[in-house]
Design a protein around this ligand. Structure first.
Ligand code: HEC
Length: 192
């Protein structure tokens, strides 16, 4: 009987012990979920990465498409812009070509009117068309060219030209500007 009791006790102890060790093993295994959590973290990071990557890819492809569109737009508008620029140039040229002779004519008319007025005081001595010998002394200036007349008038003005009666002519031209002398010379050279 005693022997049986001892055996029972041993069995009980061993069962308890095994239970304890089982418990201990379980306790040592409790960090397991922590490891699972730790393993899950990279999975979460990779999800963020995935989203980020897809956003980056989307942005990149949008940028590329925008760039392509801009290039296309530039390509299609460049000839139009060039065409407009050429047309503007053409119009400018036409306007200049058309207005240049008009401006020249207006200038001529203004100058001639001016010269016509200026010549009035000369006419008393040189004749309405420069056909007279002024004071019976001067040359007939009717058929002189503009350059000859201008040189003579400028010469009278600065004292470098003239004959015995150059004083009379100096008085006529001192008050004239070089432009007026030029206009007068062209005007007289046109006499027929
Ligand atoms: C009061 C009369 C008189 C008036 C006005 C007069 N001239 Fe004369 N002109 C003369 C005489 C005189 C001479 C010759 C002077 C000399 O001895 O060089 C002369 C000479 C000239 C000559 C050079 C001809 C030559 O014989 O070498 C020209 C050009 C000329 N005159 C243009 C003009 C013009 C232009 C005007 C008007 C702005 C003008 N004259 C007004 C009397 C006049």
């Amino acid at each position: 009987m005693i022997h049986k009791n001892i055996l029972l006790s041993i069995a009980t102890i061993s069962i308890l012990y095994t239970g304890c060790t089982e418990n201990e093993t379980k306790e040592t295994q409790t960090p397991q979920p922590k490891e699972v959590v730790a393993q899950q973290e990279p999975t979460e990071t990779s999800t963020v990465d995935k989203v980020a990557n897809s956003v980056i890819t989307h942005v990149e492809s949008t940028a590329k498409k925008t760039e392509e569109l801009a290039k296309d737009l530039q390509k299609s508008t460049a000839p139009v812009v060039k065409n407009i620029a050429n047309k503007v140039k053409e119009v400018q040229k036409n306007v200049t070509e058309a207005s240049d002779p008009i401006i020249k004519k207006v200038q001529q008319v203004v100058q001639n009117t001016d010269a016509n007025k200026l010549y009035k005081k000369c006419a008393s001595c040189h004749g309405l068309n420069g056909e007279k010998k002024a004071l019976n002394k001067s040359a007939i200036i009717k058929n002189w060219n503009a350059q000859q007349i201008e040189e003579a008038l400028l010469g009278y003005k600065n004292g470098s030209y003239g004959g015995a009666m150059k004083g009379v002519m100096k008085a006529q031209v001192t008050k004239l500007t070089d432009n007026e002398i030029n206009a007068l010379s062209n005007h007289i050279a046109d006499f027929k």
